[in-house]
Design a protein around this ligand. Sequence first.
Ligand SMILES: [Zn+2]
Length: 475
Amino acid sequence: MPFTLTFHGAAGTVTGSKHLLELDHVDGRRTRVLLDCGMFQGEALVDNRDRNRHFGFDPMSIDVLILSHAHIDHSGLIPRFVKEGYKGPIYSTPATRDLCDIMLMDSAHIQEYDHAYDRKRARKRGREPEQEEPLYTTDDVRPAMELFQCSEYGEHLEVAPGITLFFTDSGHILGSAAVHLILDDGERTMKLTFTGDVGRYVDRLLPEPVRFPQADVIISESTYGDRDHASVAEAEDELLEHVVSVCSDRKGKLLIPAFSIGRTQELLYTLNRLSNDGRLPRVPVFVDSPLAINATEIMSRHAKLFRQEIREELDQDPELFNFPGVEFVRSPERSKQLNDHKGPCIIISASGMMDAGRIRHHLRNSLSDAENGVLIVGFCAPGTLGADLIDGYEEVRIFGDHVPVRASIRRMDFYSAHADRGEMMKYLSCQDPTRIERLFLVHGSDKARKEFKSHLEKAGFTHVDLPGQGARFTL
Ligand SMILES: [Zn+2]
């Protein structure tokens, strides 16, 4: 069995992306490649705490780690992985490396904070804390960052004997890539593509996902495999409508929980356009996330990765994410002051799924007032506060408090960074389905995967698998 593939995460769930590829060479050597090293988030938190501490394989036995993009559900366990003995290279695009630098540090702060919180609570109840140590600490981030080796889109690299890697732009977030491997065990070659997360075919900051060469085996995401996003043409108007209805009509606060990377900048870009056109009501806009501020700087630095039209626009307006009325909030003190802010405003804050970050303070402070509104612009994994709000809970728990939900809760699909079903079909249409030996669907709920599978079968992809956690396949 020369090639085997084992799914150690995002298999029937949307988080914890981790796929292990083993290549047995004819001369008896074995090479182990890990695709992504993501953290489990949300859904059944208690199980996930345990799963995040046990990889299901020995990190020391892995030769190469290849990272599709910087989102924590794809990169978040890297510091732990290195702490447990991984010493090989971590391949990513340069922008992914830059984003990981700030995101993993932010994640380490959250791990330390959560652990301290758990300890305190356990002590109060006269119990031992569940975990001796945080999952990882800020000290674990630097050694991990030193292992990064960057590769530009399209560049071919031999990452191990018999394994050639190249990335293509998947248009999902800055630096995001589909991972393509050409495997040669000395007897046969096989082309494997891992899509990572796939972006959208709409006019946004980033270009469309790029077509990729014919593969033999594909591991594909399927987050929105069961639905199509609403039409995007009216996105600008729709966002404006939400602002007017909450801030102008009700004189309330509009909270927009958003991923610090990508989503926040897309929102700022739309608000900037509305402001340039004189259509945005004059209300203060607070971007309350140090991570988002750092990410905005990194995005400006990598502006060459933006869509052509945006790059041209940049020549006219070099401050794509800045306009009168915007305040970037770094310090915790200033963030706390926003609680007492009187009058209408827009607060964009992380995290998008509302399971961590400053947004939780704003929600605790604002959810119980009917004049306020929450606009949810991204995917929320089951079990997160965001999912509870979408499901219409009348009361939620935040920092141990029961908070009644009286603010309006609205959703907008446009800012989702994930392709919908139609866009995924378009993305895979560059492939001749009769030449695909296996297609594995990951990173989606079982409902999304099943519906996507039936669509793919209609399009001629006949060998579609829905691997479960720990499932192992010989290729
Ligand atoms: Zn992602």
